[in-house]
Design a protein around this ligand. Structure first.
Ligand SMILES: [Zn+2]
Length: 123
């Protein structure tokens, strides 16, 4: 489940204003990450390491993803965790099972948190 998201599926998860239509969950556990209409779909190229658990080493291998949910305020999240910053990038991880990265945040931009569409469950 690490490939990019098919565009016809994007229409099923975002509304006319490009906001998330559905709730957004962790892929591995029932943890709710975002409620509907809290994030905006954006196209952005970003390299994310393959999924790992918090205490493992960050894998060197990963994939460049293009579809992200943009959240402008950290308080918007229902549940989210952070890994420690590496080169000013913090990875977003599940608050409960600590799998990630499900997204990323640059500490240089306090108003942008990105959740990878391909790494969360919509429903
Ligand atoms: Zn989880």
């Amino acid at each position: 489940m690490d490939s990019n998201f098919p565009s016809e599926k994007l229409e099923e998860i975002c509304d006319d204003e490009c906001q998330n239509k559905t709730r957004i969950f962790c892929q591995r556990c029932p943890s709710l990450v975002l409620s509907p209409k809290q994030a905006k779909l954006v196209k952005k190229e970003f390299f994310l390491p393959n999924m790992f658990q918090k205490n493992d080493h960050t894998p060197i291998e990963g994939v460049t993803l293009n579809d992200f949910w943009l959240v402008t305020n950290m308080m918007t999240f229902d549940n989210v965790g952070f890994s420690k910053a590496v080169d000013n990038i913090m990875y977003l991880i599940c608050a409960d099972c600590e799998m990630g990265p499900i997204g990323w945040h640059s500490i240089d931009d306090k108003k942008a948190y990105y959740i990878a569409v391909a790494r969360v469950k919509h429903g």
